[in-house]
Design a protein around this ligand. Structure first.
Ligand code: KIV
Ligand code: ZN
Length: 513
């Protein structure tokens, strides 16, 4: 059996299914480039049949990525598979991933199909996919709750039809690690042609067991793990890439395989995904949390100073902590700025966007002096560098807040081509600013999340604000960064309004029959 563990990243597909995590084509392409730098084997770039936007994003990523296989998800229908094949056409290496549910509850209640029909569709879908590529993956959705005998029949037929990766999803995060390991072992033993496919797993984290289940599967012969940066994904998320990779690397004595991941790119990937989606990383999150390598207690600090391995099983620098070296300052020129953006994999769409970004960089450098990589990521994330989504634009903002008085905001913004102004009082300065923006935009959206994080250390750090808005069941996130957190808050709110305004609709592959 191969000793290479394939890392299949689905941040851009399953990760994007988290409510509010939807990303623009430019953002997805930026993340895909970072995944390539991370040396992920397979990037699941999206679900092309879900929307024209997703089709375009997968197509763009297929053009941009050269060193990882680019994969697209398709339900087991001819239209889905063909849309996916078309979207992936420019890829140097492509894979079509098709799936259909196999558990009794999904077949009866969701698909309203008999097991025989499910098997027939699976085989047909694999056949359509093989017309585009010989790299085809098949998943029986909700395998964790499927009948083992039916799974064996379905997977044997899928391999015979030409699937060379078979993926076992624990779609609802229901199984226990020992059960999931045993399931992989028994499927591999019972299915006569099992050695003609790579065995893969895809675990959700509803009971906090996604990583444990994936690793149990690896110990039982799985050689592909599907995972996401920061464990992003539907509901409680997917198995976290950084935890899987570092477990396999740190416990070489236990695992019979290795990955090709460049672990020093992990923290950069985590920060990029968190910044773009607006999903903060909890401080005590393994590997990528701000405290993951911080030693607070005196005993620990003393031990680490004497001999670091007393309390550390991994080195912070091996996963990319401390790599955000000071790169630019206020004397840096346009060329240095453009070069550093290119090194970070950030490509701006044309000279206008570069000019806007450079002007913002100079403004920021004047306020802040030292500019770190995280600042650059935040700076280009801001709406306005990619002008297509800018229906609302912040023009000016004045806030007064004094003990014993009602905070008051005066906000001027552009709505389309019209400049409008509103003045509103509020419970606090942020509340007043949001009230003023809402008075002008009249979006009727409900604010469901407001969070502020410091992008780098120090009191001169930029504050990065995430705002989540909900309207008619649709959820969007907006981000904004500035050294003034009130301004960052206004930018984030306006960014979310622009996303609501853009109205990009996507189908969730698992909810659509
Ligand atoms: O969770 C799941 O079952 C999936 C499949 C589409 C692989 O995401
Ligand atoms: Zn999933």
């Amino acid at each position: 059996m191969s000793d290479h563990l394939i890392i299949f990243d689905t941040t851009l597909r399953d990760g994007e299914q988290s409510p509010g995590a939807s990303m623009t084509k430019e953002e997805k392409t930026r993340i895909a480039r970072q995944l390539e730098r991370l040396r992920v084997d397979v990037i699941e770039a999206g679900f092309p049949a879900s929307s024209n936007g997703d089709f375009d994003a997968v197509h763009e990523i297929a053009k941009a990525v050269r060193d990882s296989t680019v994969c697209g998800l398709a339900r087991a229908s001819e239209n889905d598979v063909r849309r996916t094949g078309e979207a992936l056409k420019p890829a140097k290496s492509m894979r079509i991933h098709t799936f259909i549910a196999s558990s009794p509850i999904h077949m009866q209640m969701k698909l309203r199909m008999t097991p025989e029909q499910v098997l027939e569709y699976a085989v047909k879908a694999i056949g359509w996919a093989r017309e585009y590529t010989d790299n085809v993956e098949f998943s029986p959705e909700d395998a964790g709750r499927s009948e083992p005998d039916f799974l064996c029949r379905l997977l044997e037929a899928a391999i015979t039809a030409g699937a060379n990766t078979v993926n076992i999803p624990d779609t609802v995060g229901y199984t226990m690690p020992w059960q999931f390991g045993a399931l992989i072992k028994s499927l591999r033993e019972r299915i006569p042609n099992s050695d003609r496919a790579v065995w893969s797993v895809h675990c959700h984290n509803d009971l906090g067991l996604a990583v444990a289940n994936s690793l149990a599967a690896v110990m039982n012969g799985a050689r592909q793990v599907e995972c996401t940066i920061n464990g992003l994904g539907e509901r409680a998320g997917n198995a976290s890439l950084e935890e899987i990779v570092m477990a396999v690397r740190t416990r070489k004595d236990v695992f019979p395989c290795t990955t090709r991941i460049d672990t020093t790119q992990i923290v950069a990937a985590s920060k990029m995904v968190s910044g773009i989606t607006g999903f903060p990383v909890q401080p005590n999150k393994a590997i990528v949390g701000a405290n993951a390598f911080a030693h607070e207690s005196g005993i620990h600090q003393d031990g680490v100073l004497k001999h670091r391995e007393t309390y550390e099983i991994m080195r912070a620098e091996d996963v990319g902590w401390g790599a955000n070296k000071l790169v630019l300052g206020k004397l840096s020129g346009r060329n240095a700025f453009r070069t550093r953006l290119a090194e970070l994999g950030i490509e701006l769409p044309g000279d206008d966007a570069l000019n806007i970004a450079f002007a913002r960089f100079k403004e920021l450098a004047d306020k802040k002096g030292e500019i770190f990589d995280e600042d650059l990521h935040a700076l280009v994330s801001e709406e306005g560098i990619v002008p297509a989504h800018e229906h609302y634009r912040l023009a000016a903002l004045k806030v007064t807040s004094e003990t014993g008085t009602v905070p008051h905001a005066r906000v001027m913004m552009n709505v389309g081509d019209v400049e409008v102004v509103a003045e509103v009082g509020g419970d606090g300065p942020v509340d007043a600013v949001f009230g003023a923006i809402e008075r002008m935009a009249d979006s009727k959206a409900k604010l469901v999340l407001f969070s502020v994080n410091a992008i780098t250390g120090g009191t001169d750090a930029q504050g990065e604000v995430t705002v989540r808005l909900e309207r008619d069941g649709r959820i969007v996130n907006g981000n904004g960064a500035d050294t003034d957190i009130i301004v960052a808050s206004a930018k984030a709110y306006i960014n979310a309004l622009n996303r609501l305004h853009a109205g990009v609709e996507r189908i969730n592959p698992q909810l659509a029959a």
